[in-house]
Design a protein around this ligand. Structure first.
Ligand SMILES: *Cc1c(COP(=O)(O)O)cnc(C)c1O
Length: 432
């Protein structure tokens, strides 16, 4: 059993000066009904907390660390750059190489602009979509997360009302009215919105693989239907690939499902663990951004040299290995098969959902196809599972509605150990 005395002390101290003791809400473990672990360092697939406990990590800093912690080449790249300059607020060669790499691997991206977070990327992409189409409304799907800009903190209105309503105080009703909410994997819900608002819809924004309600895969043909209807009505299709970009394939979900969106947002992996986001797409649209065009968007630290050095080195390492994603997928499949075997052994109604090296364990026997069905999963069971795993040295996301991620640093030994520990955890759950 792991002890967490130092984490407890730090959490008590943190709550005095930081709201909730954390700088991003999910970190507080609130839905797990406990207190967060404070970390000190990581190495490869391992994490070390302030009490000296070691964990095999499946959070990967929520996705960015596809090479694991402290890959020697990424560390060296950051160190080398830190000695030259941490920031110029002026262009560098690294930004050009970054843009070229992104455009090479995402054929739908002809031009790209770097920003500092996924939130900035999606926020800027919808501003651009609105400017390009001269329309106001955007469509998003329940359960998809696109960062915390006002336009995205919206939930479906009740009954016949198709206009969204704020799901956070501080988001104006007037802003919410321009966000329409559809159901993931339910094309009829999109048709309904276009029937009512076709002339006002600037864009559909979607996580092509829903990675923020657990992991939910797109039904066959669903993304193509989104491509077709946006084209038909002159709206743009925005793929939010902040998680899936470079994760499920070099060219993201759009490579996997062979759909070319008009705009794509990226983040997480392209920063190699430093704060980065990007948005890019068709040249005729991207040319509207300042200083080339009238759509304003800027950033003091955009294209920051430290972030570019970490991100570029990460992408180079991925690029060098033609089998990179295949190997990662094989390992993830091994993990999921092992966990599934344990679930079956203890007759627990649950299933792992997986694509590439991202996945999720839903405690339900029903298929999960959208946000509503994801919410039917037994979150209480996930909570039990989470604590058993944590106490046995496996760090999972402290929420049923987050994905797990494998890194290239996870070896078969760590995976087999995780499977064995999951058997212990699931046996306890089954006996309860
Ligand atoms: C994480 C995430 C974002 C937001 O990125 P931040 O860097 O946290 O602002 C946007 N979209 C998706 C799909 C994400 O998973």
């Amino acid at each position: 059993m792991n002890q967490h005395d130092n984490s407890q002390k730090l959490f008590t101290r943190a709550q005095k000066t930081i709201p909730g003791g954390v700088n991003s809400p999910v970190r507080a473990f609130k839905s797990m009904g406990g207190n967060p672990v404070f970390f000190k360092s990581g190495k490869g697939p391992f994490l070390y907390d302030v009490d000296g406990n070691e964990y095999i990590d499946y959070v990967s800093s929520w996705g960015p660390l596809i090479l694991g912690y402290c890959h020697p080449r990424v560390v060296a790249a950051i160190q080398k750059q830190a000695e030259k300059a941490s920031s110029f607020g002026a262009p560098t060669e690294m930004e050009v190489e970054m843009a070229e790499l992104i455009c090479q691997w995402f054929p739908s991206i002809e031009m790209v602009r770097m920003v500092n977070s996924g939130t900035e990327a999606t926020m800027s992409a919808i501003r651009l979509a609105r400017a390009y189409t001269k329309r106001n409304k955007i469509v998003k799907f329940a359960g998809c997360y696109h960062g915390h800009a006002d336009s995205f903190l919206i939930q479906a209105g009740s009954g016949a009302m198709t206009l969204g309503i704020p799901n956070s105080p501080g988001v104006c009703q007037s802003v919410a009215a321009d966000t329409l909410i559809a159901r993931y994997n339910d094309f009829a819900s999109i048709v309904k919105l276009f029937d009512a608002h076709a002339q006002d819809i600037a864009a559909i924004i979607v996580e092509p693989i829903l990675g923020n309600a657990g992991v939910v895969l797109p039904k066959e043909g669903f993304l193509q239907q989104l491509r077709d209807i946006t084209k038909k009505h002159g709206a743009l299709l925005i793929f939010d690939e902040v998680i899936t970009g470079f994760r499920v394939a070099k060219g993201g979900a759009q490579e996997l499902y062979k759909i070319a969106p008009d705009l794509t947002t990226l983040g997480k992996i392209i920063g190699g663990g430093l704060p980065v986001g990007a948005y890019g797409g068709r040249r005729d649209i991207m040319q509207m951004i300042a200083p080339l065009g009238p759509v304003y968007q800027a950033g003091t630290l955009s294209g920051n040299p430290l972030a570019m050095s970490a991100g570029l080195e990460t992408l180079r390492i991925i690029a060098e290995d033609k089998e990179f994603h295949k190997k990662l997928e094989t390992k993830t499949a091994r993990l999921c098969a092992g966990i599934q075997k344990n679930l079956d052994k203890f007759k627990i109604p649950a299933a792992t959902v997986r694509v590439g090296s991202m996945g999720c364990l839903f405690f339900t026997s029903q298929p999960v196809t959208d946000y509503e069905s994801a919410c039917q999963a037994d979150a209480g069971r996930y909570k039990e599972y989470f604590w058993h795993m944590l106490n046995l040295g496996i760090y999972l996301a402290p929420s049923q509605y987050e994905a797990f991620f494998l890194s290239a640093a996870h070896g078969d030994a760590e995976i087999d150990k995780t499977i064995a520990i999951s058997a212990q955890a699931l046996e306890k759950i089954a006996k309860k």
